[in-house]
Design a protein around this ligand. Structure first.
Ligand code: NAD
Length: 350
């Protein structure tokens, strides 16, 4: 069998380590050869894929109409785009389909990883861990300004009750919280069994002490948390986002936080994260004023799209991606859960 060449964009040392180890475990070394690039895929870097058989990308690689056009023109040996992620909002599916380029993703590599990170963000924000950590490092044992609230008995609003949202619901129910949920496809049977309640978006915003987002980025979810939604939220509520940055209008959130309406916000994702996230800019002046403002506030926590980052998730991502590539090059159909097809009029927002 011909050894197929796969080029990875936006890859880190942990990607290289887990993919090499998974390739060995799946006995795929004779079938696939990997090249790992740190640069993100974009119109500027697309030519790097020349003479490869597949590209493997992550959440902030640009797989736009133009990039796929360029791929087709300059690197027309590429017949599959493998996403090392669940979300696929960065891929222009129509153009991929036009050139008969398959797209695959890893839909359920570890819902626990993401749900647990969202809870970690909430607990840190609520109990001021981000301040306590630095205080004790400086031998400052003062507790002023560190008062949190009990989560027991509070109402948590979950937007999106798919794999990750459900894991988060289980955790919050375990904490003794009341859970309200909003989803375009509510699962009333599960809600009844577990003991949470589906409601309208308006009621969820009005009633929740914590609002946490677990819906994908679609036309219908873009800026689902905008000024109007923030106005409807309870005074003193907390907002958590580990889904996609585009769900929150970041400027509206800054204004809302400036007014002191929310207790705080914790974000693992940011709508314009592409330029900064995953890289070290500690020696440069940030030119994104909204992100700088969000980071600067005492009642915000920003992590750099790391909710997925557990050993288990990385292993599952690598194994699933490699399996899809092996299947594709063996001429087998892709697993229907992994193949990303153009959905009828509900495609993810670019
Ligand atoms: P999923 O497909 O299992 O669930 C998504 C849920 O959102 C579904 O139940 C769907 O019906 C619901 N939904 C769709 N449109 C909606 C709308 N307009 N309003 C309310 N709900 C809506 O997906 P998942 O595996 O739970 O992942 C959710 C999202 O989390 C992904 O799309 C991805 O963007 C994000 N994610 C982030 C990270 C990270 O590291 N931060 C990692 C993985 C996934």
């Amino acid at each position: 069998m011909t050894q197929r060449k796969v080029i990875f964009f936006d890859s880190k040392s942990y990607d290289e380590k887990t993919f090499k180890s998974a390739l060995k475990n799946l006995n795929g070394q004779d079938k696939l050869r990997f090249t790992f690039l740190e640069s993100k895929l974009s119109e500027e870097t697309v030519e790097e894929a020349k003479d490869y058989d597949a590209i493997c990308v992550f959440v902030n690689d640009v797989v736009s109409e133009n990039v796929i056009e360029e791929l087709h023109k300059k690197c027309n040996t590429i017949k599959i785009i493998a996403l090392r992620s669940a979300g696929f909002n960065n891929v222009h599916l129509e153009t991929a389909e036009k050139y008969d380029i398959k797209v695959c993703r890893v839909p359920r590599y570890s819902p626990y990883a993401v749900a647990e990170h969202s809870v970690a963000l909430l607990l840190s924000l609520n109990r001021n861990m981000h301040h306590a950590f630095f205080r004790t490092k400086q031998h400052n044992f003062n507790l002023d300004g560190l008062v949190g609230i009990d989560l027991f008995g509070k109402t948590v609003g979950i937007i999106g009750t798919g794999g990750i949202g459900m894991c988060a619901i289980n955790i919050f129910l375990g904490f003794g919280c009341k859970v309200l949920a909003y989803d375009v496809y509510p699962n009333e049977k599960v809600a009844k069994e577990k003991g949470f309640v589906y409601t309208t978006m308006d009621e969820l915003l009005r009633e929740s002490d914590v609002v946490s987002l677990y819906a994908p980025l679609l036309e219908s979810t873009y800026h689902i948390i905008n000024k109007e939604a923030l106005d409807k939220m309870k005074h003193g509520a907390m907002l958590i986002n580990t889904s996609r940055g585009g769900l929150v209008d970041a400027n509206a959130l800054v204004e809302c936080l400036k007014k002191g309406k929310l207790r705080g916000a914790a974000l693992d994702v940011y709508e314009n994260e592409k330029k900064y996230f995953f890289n070290d800019f500690s020696q440069q002046v940030m030119d994104d004023d909204t992100l700088a403002r969000l980071i600067s506030m005492p009642n915000t926590i920003v992590t750099s799209h790391q909710a997925f980052l557990t050993e288990e998730a990385l292993k599952n991502i690598a194994e699933s991606t490699i399996q899809s590539l092996l299947d594709f090059f063996d001429g087998k159909p892709l697993n229907e859960n992994n193949e990303v097809k153009l959905p009828p009029k509900t495609e993810e927002k670019k």
